[in-house]
Design a protein around this ligand. Structure first.
Ligand SMILES: NC(=O)c1ccc[n+]([C@@H]2O[C@H](COP(=O)([O-])OP(=O)(O)OC[C@H]3O[C@@H](n4cnc5c(N)ncnc54)[C@H](OP(=O)(O)O)[C@@H]3O)[C@@H](O)[C@H]2O)c1
Length: 270
């Protein structure tokens, strides 16, 4: 049995992963931000823990609470994240900083806090939920992709630093998955472009994203959670797991197409 902390465990991929790992016999601490999410986790035997990843104190308290109770922490799954979409001109730098605070620094904050314990116990696994959007970009997603490209670079660099201590760093790269993520991304995009020069383009892109979201093409969160569970259990886990709708085909197209052809495709395919 592993002691596991997963952030953003109240919905989507995080929730599905927490439930699956619990069913496999692990002890799960699920980071949440609302009472409703806490109740949902409790019903599934998961221990809810108040954890906004942008809040230094809550991060520290969460890690200390687990270490105090369990004397160890085997796996940290950095899943919390959201998509800030819209034209670069329409997004305030303060909003972009918040995007990075959640998707990148939130992850880094917890990693810094758990590493001394993982080093002390001579082992541990850090699983970062990136995105296929950490390897290729989509239209009007500059800040989201900047955050996920950074997650990729950070994780690859960290993997080398901590390998001597028996700690592994693994990236999960989901493609399109049916969760609340899409509505948040699309709502932001429409809201920010209203009355501006990008309004029409943003509306078209947002409609395209919603059409895709409503289609049957999207992967279920269970498809992604299965890969995460694999990464927890594998004796020799892969450095990255590419999984879910469109992920492999997008990476392939990005690899074979000239850059401007890929740009055209990304801009006109939604
Ligand atoms: N859905 C996709 O197509 C897709 C594709 C590739 C990668 N991903 C990545 O997968 C991860 C999970 O997203 P999802 O698709 O499962 O979407 P989701 O259902 O919206 O889940 C995101 C979770 O992150 C939490 N969260 C957001 N900001 C937070 C903060 N400041 N502190 C702590 N928790 C916070 C949310 O909590 P609240 O409920 O309290 O807001 C929510 O539980 C994200 O990193 C996302 O970028 C998703």
């Amino acid at each position: 049995m592993n002691i596991i902390l997963i952030t953003g465990a109240g919905s989507g991929i995080g929730y599905e992963t927490a439930v699956s790992l619990k069913a496999q016999g692990h002890k799960i601490y699920g980071g949440i931000r609302s009472q409703q999410a806490a109740d949902k986790l409790r019903q599934n035997g998961i221990i809810p823990i108040k954890l906004d990843v942008t809040n230094e104190i809550e991060c520290k308290q969460a890690v200390e609470f687990i270490i105090e109770n369990e004397k160890r922490l085997d796996v940290l799954i950095n899943n919390a994240g959201y998509g800030l979409f819209g034209a670069v001109e329409d997004i305030e730098i303060s909003e972009a900083m918040y995007q990075l605070d959640v998707n990148l620094f939130g992850m880094a904050r917890l990693i810094q806090m758990v590493l001394p314990f993982m080093r002390g116990q001579q082992g541990g696994r850090i699983i970062n939920i990136s995105s296929v959007g950490g390897r290729v970009v989509s239209y009007m997603g500059a800040w989201y992709h900047a955050s996920k490209y950074a997650v990729e670079a950070f994780s690859d660099a960290l993997r080398m630093e901590v390998s001597d201590f028996g700690i592994d760093v693994i990236l999960i790269e989901p493609g399109g998955t049916k969760t609340n993520w899409w509505e948040t991304a699309v709502k932001n995009m429409k809201l920010r472009s209203t009355g501006g020069v990008y309004e029409k383009a943003a509306e078209k892109a947002a409609d395209g994203m919603m059409k895709l979201y409503s289609s049957t093409l999207m992967s279920k969160p269970a498809v992604i959670s299965k890969a995460i569970v694999k990464a927890v259990h594998a004796k020799k886990p892969k450095a990255r797991y590419i999984v879910g709708f469109g992920s492999r085909s997008l990476l392939f197209l990005h690899f074979i197409l000239p850059v401007r052809w890929y740009d055209w495709l990304a801009k006109h395919s939604i």
